[in-house]
Each structure stands twice: as C-alpha cells, then as structure tokens.
Design a protein around this ligand. Sequence first.
Ligand SMILES: [Fe+2]
Ligand SMILES: [Fe+2]
Length: 406
Amino acid sequence: MEFEKIEVKPQSAVIQRRVEEVVNTLVRGYDEVMGRLHLGGRKGDYDDIHYEFNGGAQDQLRKKHYDKSMRLLWKAEEQAPWLDFRDCTAEELTLLSMAEKSMDREELRELKRVRSQEFRDTIMTEYTERERQAIVNVLSLIGHGEAYAWLVSTELLNEVKSTGARTALTMQVLEEANHFVVLRELLQAFECDIPRMPIWEYLLLERGFKSKGVEKFFAMNVVVEGFALGLFGMMSTLPGLEIWRLFHRDESRHTALPSNYLKEFPLTAWQKRSPFARAHRLSLILPLVPAVALGEEDLAELGIDAFDFAGATARKVFHLSDRVGFSFPISTAALSSVLNAAFNAVASYTRVEHTKKDYLQAETTRGERELQTEAEVFGLKRGRTPTEATRRTSAASHNGGARTAA
Ligand SMILES: [Fe+2]
Ligand SMILES: [Fe+2]
C-alpha cells in the first residue's frame, strides 16, 4: 500500500506529546488521590496500561464461561419456530434446512410436528386448563426471576474483577435477556393468566438485587439460579416443555460462576464470616419456606411434591454456599435439619396424610442429561435415578399424597 504522506513539523509532534504527558500526569494523579480518599477518582475499573481490566486476564474464567456460552448459544427461532423470534442468520437457516435433508422420513415428521402450530396446539390438548395454569404459575416465578437475573448480572458486570470475569458476566447478561423474552413468549402461548410475583419472591429478588458486591453472587447465582435450575430440571421432561433443557444448561453454568470466580478472587475472612453478611444470607433464604407452601397446590396439580423440590433445591444451594464459603449463622448441616423440620411441620398441616421424611435427601430433577449436568456442576454424587424418581412421583400422586395438598 502506498500512502501519500503529509509533511508535518517534527517539533509540533514533540510538543503535542509533552502537553499530553503533563495533562496525563495531572489528571491521573488527581484521580488517584481522589480515589484513595474515597472521594471519586477514576470510575472505569480498567487498566489501560496493561490493556486489561483490573484483576488481569483470567483466561480460565473466560474459557469456562464465555467460550462455552458462545459454543452453546441457542436461537429461539431454531428451537421454537412458532414463537415470534427471527434470531437466526441466513447461514444458520441454510444449515438447518441442509440438516433436515439428511434426516429420514420419521425424523422429519417428528421435526415438523415439533415446529408446527399443531405442536403449540398439543400443549392445549396435552394439559387440562388447570394444569396449564399450574405450569404457568410455577414457571412465572422463574420468568420474574429472569427479569431480576438480567438486572443483577448487568450490575455485577461492572463489579467483577478481570477481563475473563467480565466476558463471563457479559454472556450471562445476554443469556438472561434471552431467557426473559423467550420464557415470556412461551408462557403467553399457554393462554392463561400470568400472575404477579408472590411477595415472598419479591422480598428475595429485591433484597438480592440490593445486595452489595459479590454478595449478589450468593443471592442470584446461588439461591435464585439454584432454584431456577431445580425447576427447569424438574419440568424439562414434561411433554412440550423440552426447551427447558436449554434453559437448564445455561443456568447450570450460571450457578457454577461464583465458585469459579471466587477461586481466583477469594472472599476475605470478613466477607465470609461477618455476622451481618451471615444474617443477611439467612434472611434471604427464609422467605422460601412460605413461598414453597404457597406453590404447593400448583406443584401438586403436576404430581410434584413441593417439599421434595424445596428439599432438593436447599441441599444443592447449601452445597454451592459451602464450596465458596458463603456461611450462615449456623452450619448448613444444622440449617438443613431446621428446614427439614419446618417442611415437615407445614406438610403435616397441609396434607391429609403425612409421614415424616427427610426432604433434604429428595431428588426432583428428572431428565438423565439434566442429572448429569447437575452432578458435574455441583460435584455431587448421583442420587436416585430418574426412573426411580418418576416412579416415586407417580406413586405419590397415586396415593393422593401430593394431590391432597390444601
Ligand atoms: Fe436465566
Ligand atoms: Fe441465569
């Protein structure tokens, strides 16, 4: 390439550089002093000298969360073409039609069924009106949670250290936006009333959003997303709701983020054990007891024991908390016993027949793939197999245990 050079005076360039150096020293010096005095200073948590965000590159975090999310990014137009999303590129649409050409007749028929308006109609015939309303009531809890997950991850994006962590949060913001708008359309397709947030959820989400700094990881990625993960894992095997598998896969990555992040930037002893933080964490999870009792009737309609679900979720949430050091005023073992006693007490009041059980040992995630994903994320031993879990649930609905809830 040949450029037509413009002649400039060399001395002028020297002067420009010197002026810039002086102003640079003054402005950055002023910002540094103001920063040290906590009176303002530089707002951007960015290290332009090393071309990196403060906290360094943290490529492992980038690989585990950003790269993986990009690989697993899914498009609503491909997964549920009957929704009003046009998010596939022309190349992706061509690839899809090429993939269809390689399918045999039976596969194509199945694909057509899944993609057509007829399939949407099967949701209407597969479930009674009351069951559809129960599904919407339960999933709207997650729908409202997705709105807050979007809000919280957007704020956290500006609070985490390192380039790797920012890429991870950027993907989470994108995925939460996707979850919110897609879930909203899916629920609208059920043609039922979509309820407002119950006050117990309002308390959890609002207070979680107001949590300071990495405590947001506890409120959102551990508690709220642990809860969402459990719900998607429990409902992804229901006819027509297979798309929840994709949500489940994304949420599993989000719940793993605190431990991956805090491995690189550990909580201080004070952050872990401060009595205020411990009491705040406990106060965040306590509204879940009345929330579960409130959702019991809808879950019972779907053959799901609400306290099994709550116990399984609590066990996983405590496991995640222990792993990164988010401690409570009492140990998670003691807290599990307290919760179990509370669940049994409520169940003995709401059920016609109730025998005491250890709800914290229940497993309500049903799909084989979902159980595998959770085992990887939580580093947990695989519990009951899905076949056993399904057998158990249908036994519960046959003996009337779940359906007789108040
Ligand atoms: Fe989400
Ligand atoms: Fe999430």
